[in-house]
Structures are given as C-alpha cells and as structure tokens.
Ligand binder design. Structure first.
Ligand code: TYM
Length: 372
C-alpha cells in the first residue's frame, strides 16, 4: 500500500510519520541513554532534545566516543538557496550553533546554488547565487564567528569540492540514485550527479588535514537520503562515514505539512516585515474549537495547532511555560486570538532583532567566505 506521506530532499507531502521514517531510512532513535550522554557533555539538557525535536541519528554514539577520546570532529550543514530563509531553516541552524559552542569545533556551511538551479525550472544561476548570499546573512546573523565557521557556495568553491565529488560520484551508480531519490530517465544529468556535491564537504577537513577527521551533520531528516548514499561510499574511499543528528520539520502555518518557501502565505521568512508576519500569524491554523463557547467548555487541541507548534519548536524553550500554554488551551482558559497575539509579539521581536543583525552581517560576510 502506498504511504500517505512523502519525505525526500526535494519534496515533503502529507502527515509525516516520524517513527516510520526511522525504519524506512534505517536511522536510529536518540534514546534515553544517548540523550543523557549528550546532556553530560553539554552540562545541561537542551529543549530540542528533551522534546524529541532532534530525535534521530546515525553514529552519534561513535562520534561521541571519538570526541571523548580527544579526537576533534567538525560540523557540517547547509542551505539550498531557492528563496529567502524561513523559520524552518533556522531550527537546525540554532541547534548547530549550540553544538558548536558546546563542542568548540569548526563548522562548514554549504550553499548549494548549483542544486537549486538544477532542480528548479524557474531559477537562473544568477538567482540562486544572489539568494545564497541572502541566506548566508541569516546564518551569520544567528551569531556564528568567522574564526571557526566557514561558508561557501558550490559554484564558487568548486575547485576544492570537485576533486572530492568525483571520487564519490565514481562509486554511485545511476540505479542507486534512482532507488534512493526516485530519479527517472527524464531527470537532467546535473541533478543525478548532485548528491556527490552535497557529500563532498563531509570529507573537507580530512582533505585539508590529510588525515581522517570525523564529521557531524545536524539537519532535518529530509536531507538524510544524500548522506545515506554518502555513508555507503565513504569507507570505499578510505574516509570515515559522517554522523548525523536529525530533527523533525517545523510545520507551516496551515497545519500538518512542513513550512515551505513555495507557499509564502503560510511561511514566515526572516526578511518579512514584522507587521506582515503578524498578519500571517493571525490567519494561522489552530486547534481551536468551533466557537468561543465551545472552546471555553471543552478547550482547544494543541497537538494539531500551528501556533502551539511554533512555541514548542522555537519560541518557548522553557518547559514549565510551555506546559502552562498547553494547560490554558486544553482547559479552555486561553482563546486562540490571545495565543496568536502572544506568539505574534515573540515573532515580531525576533524579526526586528534578527533583521538588524542581518544588516550588520553584510560587513562581515567576506570574513566567513571560503574562496579557492
Ligand atoms: P534546505 O535549504 O532545504 O534546508 C536547509 C536546512 O533546513 C532544514 N529544513 C527544515 N528544518 C526544520 N523545519 C523545516 N520546515 C525545514 N525545512 C528545511 C533542512 O533539513 C536543512 O537542514 N540540499 C540542502 C542544502 C545542504 C545541506 C547540507 C543541508 C547542503 N549540504 C548539509 C543540511 C546538511 C537543502 O536544500 O536544504
């Protein structure tokens, strides 16, 4: 029977069964003992782990073993510049920043302007390059430091990437890409090759240092298929397999599906005017009852509510406060209008501050860029 949801790096549809994805993709759940191990390392617990927002992994225990024995690893994550950055993208980046601070390691950020040109019929190479630099500003605005964080665009850093990418590409057959990504004979050949470009940064530090360096990739689970292929190839090339830590997808303002740039009305972009974002939040899908009377009587349903999802994923890291929001909703004490208004205030404040930092990032961009 066909699944009623789809998760690939290029398409997310339907109500996602995250447990099933673990089985389908062959990843591991972050269990209690691994979570405790991370907490011990961090000296505290992070809400994204407690709430199982980051919930799946590959070889996280292995990379922790290495780290505990004094072997430095590096972090690698990225963005496909198909539009402006939205709140969904920010989610794994914030966690990446936390990991970088706690582990004190280098971080590489890949901007796949090639990918978004190859996969998007409406974007030109100039468009994706321009958007890549826009997205880089958001990344920098989150507070990364150039001393240990480096950013590159595929089309600009290709001299370094290509040598690694062809080694990877030689070990991946067309039939593997068909099986993993669902490609057919009508896909352009650039898109078929592309996964080797996304795999290449997993081995950057190994190539720089001329010795194997472990790599950890924080991302949403939609990107896993690239790294599944990459992990199969890595040992054949004498590289360590990269480790991954996966998060769930922030839903759109309309409910179940993930937040996506292609539906701007139900997506909050970091570049949205605060007033425009507030307007979007006013139209958000909630778990409210059919009438105020009914809601006062039976309460709302936070489990299907986008406003609650925003608190849970991003805007209310304090568990006690989140529990209070839930209790006020289910107990019929807070109406959706008030709850939206409070979220709108948090979002507007975030956007105002972020946009100032984004402006300042323009002067620092070059400090972060890798050039070859
Ligand atoms: P992209 O641009 O689709 O997404 C960038 C990062 O954001 C994650 N993501 C989300 N996380 C939570 N909620 C959402 N609604 C949501 N939408 C997207 C993605 O999983 C990703 O971590 N091909 C990649 C770019 C890339 C990359 C990488 C990503 C290149 N190298 C290494 C992660 C790790 C892309 O198009 O991501």
């Amino acid at each position: 029977m066909a699944d009623d949801f789809t998760v690939t790096p290029w398409e997310v549809k339907g109500k996602i069964d995250y447990d099933k994805l673990i089985t389908d993709f062959g990843t591991q759940r972050i269990d209690g003992s691994l979570e405790k191990r991370l907490e011990k390392q961090f000296g505290e617990s992070h809400y994204m782990l407690r709430r199982k927002i980051f919930y799946s992994h590959r070889d996280l225990g292995w990379i922790m073993d290495r780290h505990e024995k004094g072997e430095k690893f590096f972090l690698y994550t990225g963005r496909g510049p198909s539009g402006h950055t939205h709140f969904g993208h920010i989610l794994p980046w914030l966690f990446t920043k936390y990991l970088q601070e706690k582990f004190g390691v280098n971080l590489y950020f890949q901007l796949t302007d090639d990918e978004k040109y190859l996969f998007n019929p409406d974007l030109s190479p100039d468009d994706t390059k321009r958007l890549a630099y826009e997205n880089a500003l958001d990344f920098i605005a989150l507070g990364f430091e150039p001393k240990n964080t480096k950013i590159f665009l595929d089309t600009e850093y290709i001299h370094t990437l290509y040598g690694i990418a062809i080694k990877v590409a030689k070990r991946i057959t067309f039939s593997t890409t068909k099986a993993v990504f669902g490609f057919t004979n009508s896909n352009n050949i650039g898109s078929i090759f592309y996964t080797s470009i996304q795999a290449a940064p997993c081995f950057l530090e190994t190539e720089y240092q001329k010795k194997n360096v472990p790599c950890m990739i924080p991302c949403a689970i939609d990107q896993d298929p690239h790294f599944r292929v990459c992990r199969d190839v890595a040992p054949l090339l004498g590289y360590y397999k990269p480790s991954l830590i996966h998060c769930k997808l922030l839903p759109s303002l309309s409910g179940e599906v993930k937040m996506s740039s292609s539906v701007p009305e139900t997506t909050i972009f970091t570049t949205d005017e605060p007033m425009a974002a507030i307007k979007k939040i006013k139209n958000t899908f909630t778990g409210g009852a059919v009438s105020v009377q009914e809601q006062r009587k039976s309460g709302g349903n936070p489990d299907i509510c986008s406003v609650y999802a925003y608190y849970n994923f991003l805007f209310e890291p304090d568990d006690a406060k989140l529990a209070h929001i839930r209790a006020e909703c289910t107990g019929g004490k807070t109406m959706c209008g008030e709850c939206k208004e409070r979220l709108a205030g948090c979002v507007a404040k975030f956007l105002t501050e972020h946009q100032k930092k984004r402006e300042k990032a323009k002067d620092r961009l070059e400090d972060f860029m890798l050039r070859d």
